[in-house]
Design a protein around this ligand. Structure first.
Ligand SMILES: Cc1cc2nc3c(=O)[nH]c(=O)nc-3n(C[C@H](O)[C@H](O)[C@H](O)COP(=O)(O)OP(=O)(O)OC[C@H]3O[C@@H](n4cnc5c(N)ncnc54)[C@H](O)[C@@H]3O)c2cc1C
Length: 814
């Protein structure tokens, strides 16, 4: 075709709201050599049939910021482009019809306050004043977000496309991408019926087609299509144009005003998957048949809430499919399989709300080569190999859809598609009462039920049923010994003559130590933010062993692999599946280990941060003297098939000392007391080691270059604008979960990045960053008086500058 381009710096697949938003924001960044290819017409996918509610509050601060930015953008887009958007900031109401839902809403209000979003709690009658046609006889309370709103999805998308075109972006409709060319692991171009186009980066914004589009390049995109329905009524008396959007989670429904009538949709607990065999050809601007039977329960709920619906005329029951993901969050970022292949899809029926912010974040990621902020909750590298299984993705996504409006309990575990990955010790631990949780498809013991207690979580916002049992595990680790199955740890080797040089550049800590030494280190981005937090053990001159958290396997592997400089003889390999891991922790750990190995495990023979190969039950075991719980201990890494024998030997040797099985909930409590940081909570790409109190782990005092060094050196010369601090709350009834707002002298200064109970110190413990643009010094922290907002109520708290717990070394035999 004449004029069809043969190359573009960036190609975007898909002209829904996300593709158009990425194009618009790339252009705003000055990256105008962009080609957007749409297989049919702009908005012809899920975008054209969205209801258009725009809510902002999410559980993560940065994702909430993205949605807040969408609102700011939609507020000005019409004026900028001249294209109507249907945007109005009519606010959003959320109802609670029982005490637990009210607690959830109060906790959400606190989260909103933490993230700088206005959210007011209302009485039922105040809620009714804002929504006069609803019955509030069963309502116990409500919350109102004044800056939420609604938009016309197709118009917003056309406005973004217009803004992009005006800056030079080329949009070609009726042009499907049929193949993707990958050369040396990098995307090189696409094929279309109109010709091939070379590119430097590719963005998959293909909505519910994103899995298919990903497969063209060998990229796994875990989305699945699910039907979603909403009803549109004729005008109803009393429905004002500025009626807020309304979410009624206990009745599983939502409403918005439309042309004087209502749009009413909902989330059924028994969702209907769609297109299991693939999306049919020609599915553009297409709707599915209305399924009145399936919608009926929602309709009954809606009639009880809005009696006027019973006499309202019904215009239509829209049934449209949408891309859902296995954890309810959307997917952004560079695919781990192919360099410069970016993904922006899987919007779980909040793509209109996310469109502006997600498009901007992805554009900045593409232009800058790194995520512009911590986007871990939506990062494509949060997934693992099991997400290639379509059946697994569908089962889990349907569970999440069905629970969309269920109360989001603290510590809740998913139920579907389990178990997938079990450790060699699974049956043994199950037989001893393990209650398993799941991470990256691995079954991991969260806690152990004593004889006569069912190993099953009972959820609540207060202390849950496992509280005392976890406490017993915690105390055993402090007083004798505990054994943790941590086989799900991600493990890599970095091998080659230049392995030391490669890791010296990637790691902020000094890993250039002799074989047999372990380094706890962070890996930083160019801004000095903590991208990975892990241990690196040197096994030989040319061999390192890297151990990181279960959930970070894909992410950390890709980060290391992609930052090994070209030409170096250094190769990273994922060896997770070859090694099981048992962590033996507690003051009696040495006595236990000494009984099952001939190796010298004395403090002199096996000092802290040493790594040795020892023999247990005739197996070669890599023992790492480390701790994440604040006690003497070893991680024992062994060939996966020998786990059972080694576990039995440790337990047998530990029995006289009172060893116990212990789970991940005990680890959390133990590490909170000792002040160990958790990645994705207390530390992450938005926080530097200096801000996190981890400056001691960084080789800044040497002259050795490393990634992130310049940013850190610059930061070291000015006052820190935020600093991680430890807080305790004396009120034993308070429950800290993270995201509680921190107030210093009455001013909001941050929020808790993690929170929980310390069984030894018998206190609620929270960690969070205190922010102050003029600088956060020790004196500044000491001079303040602090409160935490917990579920919308302020409680006094105390700040601490040392770990709350330190082991009594005199109890440990050297
Ligand atoms: C019934 C319903 C109600 C909803 N209500 C709301 C709401 O109130 N608020 C809200 O925020 N969200 C809502 N949503 C969700 C919202 O519609 C979606 O999240 C959003 O539209 C997704 O946009 P997208 O750009 O990712 O996908 P899409 O709009 O589906 O765009 C993907 C595009 O990619 C194109 N494409 C696919 N493959 C190729 C290829 N190989 N080559 C070229 N082009 C290709 C497709 O043709 C399509 O146009 C709702 C969804 C449904 C189904």
């Amino acid at each position: 075709m004449a004029g069809f381009p043969t190359q573009a710096q960036t190609i975007i697949i898909g002209g829904g709201i996300i593709g158009c938003s990425v194009a618009y924001h790339l252009a705003r960044l000055g990256r105008t050599d962009v080609l957007l290819l749409e297989r049919a017409k702009l908005t012809s996918g899920s975008t054209h049939h969205a209801a258009g509610l725009v809510g902002q509050l999410r559980t993560g601060a940065n994702i909430t910021q993205l949605l807040k930015y969408s609102v700011e953008l939609y507020d000005t887009l019409e004026a900028e482009t001249g294209q109507a958007t249907g945007w109005k900031m009519n606010g959003g109401l959320r109802l609670a019809c029982n005490a637990e839902r009210m607690t959830e809403i109060e906790r959400q209000a606190t989260t909103a306050h933490s993230f700088g979003l206005e959210m007011h709690l209302l009485s039922p009658s105040e809620a009714r004043e804002r929504w006069p046609i609803m019955d509030v006889s069963d309502v116990v309370g409500a919350a109102f977000l004044p800056t939420d709103g609604q938009a016309n999805p197709s118009d917003i998308t056309q406005a973004l496309a217009k803004g992009a075109r005006a800056r030079g972006v080329r949009v070609v409709e009726d042009c499907p991408v049929t193949d993707v060319k990958v050369v040396n692991g990098r995307v090189a171009g696409v094929a279309t019926p109109q010709g091939d186009v070379a590119c430097q980066s590719l963005v998959n914004c293909a909505g519910q087609w994103a899995r298919e589009a990903g497969a063209l390049a060998g990229v796994v995109v875990p989305v699945t299509s699910v039907q979603h329905q909403y009803l549109i009524t004729e005008p109803i008396d009393g429905v004002a144009r500025d009626l807020p959007t309304l979410r009624d989670p206990d009745r599983l429904i939502y409403f918005k005003e439309e042309v004087g009538g209502l749009v009413m949709g909902g989330y059924e607990p028994n969702p209907v998957p769609w297109a299991a065999e693939g999306i049919p050809e020609g599915f553009h601007f297409t709707l599915l048949d209305s399924d009145w039977d399936h919608f009926e329960p929602l309709m009954e709920h809606a009639l009880a809430r809005v009696p006027a619906l019973s006499t309202a005329g019904v215009k239509d029951l829209i049934n449209g499919p949408e891309a859902f993901t296995p954890d309810g969050n959307f997917i952004l970022g560079e695919a781990p399989e192919v360099r410069n292949y970016f993904v922006g899809c899987g919007f779980n029926a909040f793509g209109i709300a996310s469109g502006g912010g997600a498009g901007r974040a992805l554009a900045e990621w593409i232009a800058g080569g790194e995520a512009p902020m911590d986007l871990w909750p939506v990062d494509i590298r949060r997934f693992g190999a099991h997400q290639a299984d379509v059946g697994w993705v569908r089962a889990r996504s349907l569970e999440l859809y069905g629970k969309h409006y269920a109360v989001a309990w603290p510590f809740e575990e998913h139920e579907s598609a389990r178990p997938v990955r079990t450790s060699a010790l699974y049956d043994r631990l199950k037989a001893q009462g393990a209650c398993f949780g799941e991470k990256m498809a691995w079954e991991r013991p969260n806690w152990f039920a004593p004889e006569g207690v069912e190993p099953k979580d009972v959820y609540s916002f207060g202390r849950q049923n496992w509280f005392e049992h976890t406490g017993a595990e915690h105390r055993a680790v402090r007083e004798t010994a505990g054994l943790f199955d941590q086989s799900s740890f991600a493990k890599f080797t970095v091998r080659g003559a230049d392995a030391e040089a490669a890791l010296t550049w990637i790691c902020a800590g000094d890993v250039a130590k002799p074989p047999g030494r372990i380094t706890y280190t962070q890996m930083l981005n160019a801004r000095g933010g903590i991208v990975c937090d892990l241990t690196v053990s040197r096994l030989a001159d040319d061999l390192f062993y890297v151990v990181t958290g279960t959930g970070f396997r894909t992410h950390d592997f890709a980060w290391i692999r992609d930052r090994i400089a070209n030409g170096l003889d250094a190769h990273v390999e994922d060896v997770t599946d070859a090694h099981g891991t048992l962590s033996l922790m507690g003051p009696r750990a040495r006595d236990v280990l000494a009984r099952i190995t001939d190796a010298d495990v004395s403090n002199r023979g096996f000092p802290f941060a040493a790594c040795r190969e020892i023999a247990i039950c005739g197996a070669k075991v890599r023992a790492l003297r480390l701790t994440y719980v604040g006690e003497l201990g070893w991680e024992l890494h062994f060939p996966i098939g020998r786990g059972g024998a080694i576990y039995d030997a440790v337990m047998e040797a530990g029995r006289p000392h009172g060893i116990v099985n212990a789970g991940y909930r005990a680890i959390e409590s133990l590490r909170l007391e000792k002040g160990y940081r958790a990645w994705a909570a207390d530390i992450g790409p938005d926080y530097t080691p200096l801000e996190a109190g981890l400056g001691w782990a960084v080789k800044l005092k040497t002259n050795v270059p490393f990634l992130g060094r310049e940013a850190l050196a610059e930061q070291a010369s000015v006052p820190l604008a935020k600093r991680l601090a430890c807080f305790t709350v004396d009120d034993p009834e308070a429950v800290l979960l993270g995201r509680e707002t921190i107030y210093r002298d009455g001013e909001r200064v941050g929020w808790l990045s993690s929170g929980g109970w310390g069984y030894t110190v018998e206190k609620n413990i929270g960690y969070g960053y205190v922010r102050n643009a003029a600088g956060v010094t020790r004196e500044y922290l000491e001079a303040g008086s602090y409160e935490l907002e917990i579920a919308a109520r302020r409680t006094p708290c105390r700040i601490h500058f040392r770990p709350l717990y330190n082991p009594d070394m005199s109890r440990i035999k050297c």
